[in-house]
Design a protein around this ligand. Sequence first.
Ligand code: HEM
Ligand code: HEM
Length: 206
Amino acid sequence: MSMHASTQSTEPAAGAIDLRRDRASGTGVARRDRYDMATIALHWAIAILVVTLLCTGWYMVGVPKLTPARGFWYNLHKSLGIVTAGLIVILIARRSFRSAPALPATMAGWERRAAHANHLAFYVLMVLSTAAGYVTSSFSRFGPKLFGIPLPHWGWDDVAQRTQYANAHRVITWIFAVLIVVHVAAALKHLLVDRDGIVARMLPGR
Ligand code: HEM
Ligand code: HEM
């Protein structure tokens, strides 16, 4: 029997049941079955920024060297990357005070383990990709900049070091990109096949 069929017959989706209980309780004490607004806002802001960083990163490395266009794209990429790093720090701080809502019992053991592993990997990758990007630009004479404001250099102008960190930044961001495809595919499966309310937990709403 498909998961889809089960949501239409005797076993409604766990997420849907939980939401109804929340509203029916009338106690004002919300059950922790969805993410809070701050986490949702941070998730989507970071998601949009990370996709933008992947696109600008892949594009800018092909722009001819020492042209104004390359300078524009590199500065935009570095600035957005540093803004993303700030949001990641806030998200990690927020998540260390507030745990994620429990996954519904309808999810198989391997699915829960995969979801936890994916989310943990994202936290590690978010930190590593921004740190590697910052260090890469630190070993360049152009340095890390936030919309024109020069930030502390963690290195010096050194092409060998820069290449080494740029390679690390490339590998880390490629792993990140592959896991984003897996994450989005899993979200679409929950939305369209399982219909278990998982995606709604990460969307604004009651
Ligand atoms: C592109 C960059 C993205 C990053 C870095 C990212 C990161 C994350 C992380 C770290 C979590 C776990 C939150 C936690 O429990 O601590 C999460 C959850 C989630 N993400 Fe994303 N995400 C991205 C894109 C997307 C997209 C495009 C979608 C939808 C199509 C999506 C849908 C979700 C959903 C539904 C959850 C909640 C899963 C649950 O209820 O347990 N994410 N994401
Ligand atoms: C989540 C955060 C980030 C993502 C996903 C990301 C993504 C990328 C990608 C895909 C590339 C192209 C790699 C290649 O094909 O060679 C790139 C290059 C680069 N990124 Fe990032 N980046 C991030 C954060 C940052 C930050 C915070 C900085 C600096 C403050 C930065 C600085 C650079 C630099 C200098 C390059 C060029 C390296 C070279 O010339 O080979 N990135 N980034």
